[in-house]
Ligand binder design. Structure first.
Ligand code: CP
Ligand code: NVA
Length: 316
């Protein structure tokens, strides 16, 4: 007896470079599919049979690399990893030439870059989807796993208050933009001078007002974390900013997520982190190891959410 192939909604956009490349309904469809793939992985074990992804990484990775490779394999396809840590994309040959080689062999390119422009360059010339596996500006695949984790924990993400504590970085941008599309109330609290990019804030505010959420920024972490359902933090110094490590330690120290800060949020608030974490800096060991911490659920959900993304991009 044959079973019907599961119904998979497809994405309209050619590439997924930023969170806004998916519409609000597409975000919801992705979270729904991720939940289904997680519950019945074997139903999808041949869906991408014979499909191959190229993986170009300029920066180190545990979670993103492993979960994309595993996702392709578990969906019946495979991935080929190309390490670009020693040589940035575009150095040996222009990104536009690279894109037009890769699209003759592969079905998708999954790329982690320093400059977001490198991804835009690849996408401009590529006839196959380019997926952002983290750039200097966005980390949409992280946000997919994070909102799946919140949906599992709270049943519904719309209306939740998520407070991002610390640097207005790539992860923060994606939490804001995806949250805006999902009707979440996102607050960012951190020291002056490290706010998220103003154009990302403006776009997130526009989207939030259309989808029933909101975006707020405050230097006052007490105000920021009040009534939050989730407290999210990330490293104070992202990859590429290492020369600022010392000055950042001083500026961000008051924003460390410790038990006192967690106690200012709702009693059932969860602690979130994209990982890798620096214990004793942005988060204490006690918080990350506490029962409120969902960091390993987030890490697990990278696999399921990215499977949903690959299915929505490649089975159309
Ligand atoms: N969270 C995340 O993207 O982890 P990696 O850098 O290990 O891929
Ligand atoms: N903001 C961090 C995220 C790592 C997954 C960085 O870009 O280094």
């Amino acid at each position: 007896m044959t079973t019907a192939a599961p119904e998979i909604a497809t994405l309209a956009a050619s590439h997924v470079l930023r969170d806004t490349d998916l519409t609000g309904p597409e975000w919801r469809a992705l979270l729904r599919l991720a939940g289904e793939v997680k519950a019945t992985p074997l139903d999808y074990s041949q869906t991408l049979r014979g499909r191959y992804a190229s993986m170009l990484f300029e920066k180190p990775s545990l979670r993103t690399r492993v979960t994309f490779e595993l996702a392709m394999k578990q969906l019946g396809g495979d991935a080929v990893f190309q390490d670009h840590k020693g040589e940035k994309i575009g150095e040996r040959e222009p990104a536009r030439d690279m894109a037009r080689n890769l699209d003759r062999w592969f079905d998708a390119v999954i790329a982690r870059t320093y400059s977001h422009d490198t991804l835009e360059d690849l996408a401009r010339w590529s006839s196959i989807p380019i997926i952002n596996a983290l750039s200097g500006l966005y980390h949409p695949c992280q946000a997919m796993a994070d909102y799946l984790t919140l949906q599992e924990r709270f049943g519904e993400v719309r209306g939740l208050k998520v407070t991002f504590v610390g640097d207005g970085n790539n992860v923060c941008h994606s939490i804001m933009l995806a949250g805006a599309l999902l009707g979440v109330h996102v607050t960012v609290t951190g020291p002056a001078g490290y706010e998220p990019e103003p154009d990302v804030v403006d776009r997130a505010q526009q989207l939030a007002s259309q989808h029933g959420g909101s975006i707020a920024l405050t230097e006052d972490f007490r105000e920021g974390v009040k009534d939050a359902n989730a407290i999210y933090t990330d490293v104070w110094t992202s990859m590429g900013w290492e020369e600022e490590t010392q000055e950042r330690r001083i500026s961000f120290f008051p924003y460390q997520v410790n038990d006192q800060l967690m106690d200012l949020a709702r009693p059932d608030a969860v602690f979130m982190h994209c990982l890798p974490a620096l214990r004793g800096e942005e988060v204490t060991d006690a918080v990350i190891e506490s029962s409120r911490s969902v960091v390993f659920d987030q890490a697990e959900n990278r696999l399921h959410a990215q499977k949903a993304l690959l299915l929505m991009l490649l089975s159309r």
